[in-house]
Design a protein around this ligand. Sequence first.
Ligand code: HEC
Length: 169
Amino acid sequence: MSATQRTIFSTAVGTALALFAFGCGEPSDAPTPPKAAERAPAPPPAKPPAPPPAPANTQDTPSDQSALVEADAKAGEADYQIFCASCHGPGGAGDGPVAQALTPKPARHDDGAYMNPLTDDYLFKVIKLGGASVGKSPMMAPLGGSLSDQQIRNVIAFIRTLADPPYQP
Ligand code: HEC
């Protein structure tokens, strides 16, 4: 090696070492890239689409029509006393304490001549969506927010027991 070659060589080695040292000697406080960024993000787990949120109980058709649960007049009576008797009276005679203040008066559920021709579907709609939904008084409140479809069907079954003359399905 000539003197010139040696100089070039040592310069080259020195440069290489310097670069090497520089490359390795990163300041310890250099921000390390977040681990997650080094890996490809895992594909999201294949989830079945979320079921739609339960609809509010505001449709006029019984959603559990096909659920072969017998309407239970006895259970319906309990709900009737809580939700209906204040206006319609405990026996459906339209003589609840609130009835006096109402015009038109609450229907008499014991009046078979009036009630018996009304279909279950119609009654269901009146009770669930309120009188206004069938062109009746809005004082007949929509009770779908308080009663499930099954409870409404139970109440209808109870109302049917009040009718005179008796209701014949
Ligand atoms: C705040 C008083 C009030 C409550 C509570 C109430 N109703 Fe009524 N309801 C009325 C009034 C008033 C009418 C009469 C509406 C009209 O003739 O325009 C009526 C009418 C009805 C009718 C007859 C609809 C028709 O076509 O004539 C049915 C059936 C009925 N209500 C069922 C119920 C049931 C069942 C409940 C309880 C789950 C209930 N109501 C709770 C006030 C009430």
